[in-house]
Write a protein that binds this ligand. Sequence first.
Ligand code: GLN
Length: 191
Amino acid sequence: MKIGVLALQGAFIEHVGVLERLGVESPLVRLPRELDGLDGLIIPGGESTTMSRLMLEYQLHQPLKDKAEAGFPIMGICAGMILLAKHVSDFSLEGLGLMDMSVRRNAFGSQVDSFETDLEIPVLGKRLFHGVFIRAPIIEEANSTVEILGRLRGGTAVAAQQGKLLAIAFHPELGNDLRLHRYFLEIVSTN
Ligand code: GLN
């Protein structure tokens, strides 16, 4: 299995480390031709505005969107979640617009822009998942085709799946819990 890691900007190296630990080849992706031969892609956290600008500049935007629409699996982390969403409040640049949900950037404001909390994510089993949130987005609304995988204690949705697309508001690569990456690999290997 080969899972690309989008390496235009942001926290991509950490994902390469996790994938290596899981024994998966994880080439960095910057150019459209580097999408060839991949079984899936991780879009890391970073700055969604910069990443979307670079995706357009590197002419990755349309090929990636076409591939995803044809069933190519993508896991989007934080900024990656923003790029996957069809609707983003306060976002003028072009995302990939693939998941039927509305996302709000920097949803926790400037006072509490980073925090950590344990989350229930039933698809990963009973053990709570330690979520590191860094200037994170939230899912404000989602179509019934989008499955919410995890919520904060107050009910705010922070992880979702639609087909082979996975959107995570926090940073599973910053820690030792590999279950979310493993879950993505399972999605990748099912037909
Ligand atoms: N706040 C960033 C954005 O809007 C996302 C932060 C992150 O990826 N950790 O793109």
